[in-house]
Each structure stands twice: as structure tokens, then as C-alpha cells.
Design a protein around this ligand. Structure first.
Ligand SMILES: [Zn+2]
Length: 245
């Protein structure tokens, strides 16, 4: 039996749905392709190509930072982790600017105010003139309470971008395998900090306190190359996630 009128109506409807389906498919395909392109570029090319990152290894030279006994000085731990971070960031295609890459303080470049303030001023000057997309300042904690452990990432309270970086880095650093293996959950949250570097830099950035040298486990971990490499890997993971969002 022939029903031409109904047939035409159905065809028009189908055509309508077909058009919607095609548009939807094109949109989905574009979305998947761009995601795929990103995935391919992350795995096969340099994920941080075109990004400039400033690394600030805390203290140095006459300023040892915090310490445990006479042998374990924060400045050395900061520099070791920072140099590893520099190398791995460059492997990901980033341009890296260091405020220092050896055991020096930066206070003899400018000649006004206190030595400590001069050092901090010079760090801020290097970061601001580097036109870095972000900066990462590396430190280690030391407090009286020897039970406290684990990394804490600090950001300036008025900088939304710094907060995003801090939260991504903190989330990744909370996965450090040494704590997971011992079923310890330091699990700190990214924290607002009132620090000179955070308050005076133009680019978004964070201070990473990599652990507590006042804590027995952290002290051992912070001196361990394998653990330092993992800290670096997790920081980079967070940095890639930040630029990827
Ligand atoms: Zn420090």
C-alpha cells in the first residue's frame, strides 16, 4: 500500500534529525580530536613547550636556611631539588630561569637595606624580569613539633591563578609514595602565605615547602635522591595540569 504523504513527512523528520546528528558528530569529533592532539603532544612532544618557568631555590651561601644539626642545611636540599626540577622542566620543553644555580646568596647585587632583604629583593627582581609564566620557590620546613611532616604549598591569597597552581601541586604532592607505603597521610591543603616572594612577584607562583627536616622520616626522605626525583615528577605533573586547564 502506498502512503506517499506520510512517507514525505517521515523523510523530512529524518532529514532534520540526521542534520542534528551530523552537527553533533562533527562537534564530538572536533572535541575528541583536540583532546587527542593534546594527549599526543603531551606523550610524544614537549608538554611545556613555549612556557617560561622561574625556579627559586630558597636561601644559599651565607644563608643556610633552616637546619638539623650542623650537617643538614635547608639551602642544599632546596638547590638539589631545584636543579632536578630545572632539568626535568627543560626535558618537557620549558624555558627555565633560576634565581640561583649554585650555593650563593643574592645579597651582594644591590646595596641598600638588610642583607636578607637584599637577597629577597634580588630574587623578586630576577623572577619579575624573567617574564616567567609562573614561578616556583623551593624550601624545606623545620619546626619544634617533630611529628609534623609532608609538603605544603603556599600561595598569595589575592592571586586566583597562584591558588590554582598551589592546589594542583598540593594534590599531586599528597600522593608521594613514601607516605602511601607507610600508610601515612600528611594530606596538607594548599595554604595562603604572607611571604615577601609571594607578595612582590608579578607572575603567579607558589612556595613549595617540600617537607619537614625536623621530622625523622621527612629528613631521611629529603636527603634521598629517589624521593627528590618523585617530588620533582609530582610538581611537574601539577604544572602540566595547570597549563592544560
Ligand atoms: Zn626556607
Amino acid at each position: 500500500m502506498r502512503r506517499p504523504a506520510i512517507f514525505i513527512i517521515i523523510t523530512k523528520r529524518r532529514l532534520y534529525f540526521l542534520m542534528i546528528a551530523i552537527v553533533a558528530l562533527i562537534l564530538i569529533a572536533t572535541y575528541v580530536a583536540s583532546g587527542l592532539q593534546r594527549t599526543i603532544s603531551v606523550y610524544f612532544f614537549n608538554a611545556l613547550e613555549g612556557k617560561t618557568i622561574a625556579i627559586d631555590p630558597g636561601h644559599g651561601g651565607i644563608d643556610g636556611g633552616t637546619h638539623f644539626g650542623d650537617d643538614i642545611l635547608e639551602k642544599h636540599i632546596n638547590l638539589e631539588i631545584s636543579l632536578r626540577l630545572k632539568k626535568e622542566l627543560e626535558n618537557e620543553g620549558a624555558t627555565v630561569i633560576m634565581t640561583r644555580d649554585s650555593d650563593v646568596s643574592l645579597d651582594d647585587h644591590i646595596n641598600n637595606g638588610s642583607r636578607h632583604r637584599e637577597d629577597l629583593n634580588e630574587r623578586v627582581r630576577i623572577i619579575n624580569s624573567s617574564e616567567a609564566d609562573i614561578f616556583i620557590s623551593i624550601h624545606a620546613n623545620c619546626i619544634k613539633n617533630t611529628g609534623r611532616q609532608g609538603p605544603i604549598v603556599f600561595y598569595h591569597g589575592n592571586s586566583e591563578e597562584s591558588k590554582k597552581i598551589a592546589e594542583l601541586l598540593q594534590r599531586n604532592l599528597n600522593r608521594l609514595s613514601a607516605y602511601e607505603k607507610q600508610d601515612i597521610k600528611p594530606g596538607h591543603s594548599a595554604t595562603k602565605g604572607d611571604y615577601f616572594i609571594l607578595n612582590n612577584t608579578s607572575a603567579p607562583g607558589v612556595i613549595v615547602e617540600t617537607g619537614f627536616i625536623s621530622n625523622e622520616l621527612d629528613r631521611r626522605l629529603l636527603l634521598d635522591g629517589k624521593h627528590q626525583r618523585e617530588i620533582v615528577e609530582l610538581i611537574i605533573q601539577g604544572v602540566i595540569e595547570y597549563f592544560d586547564q
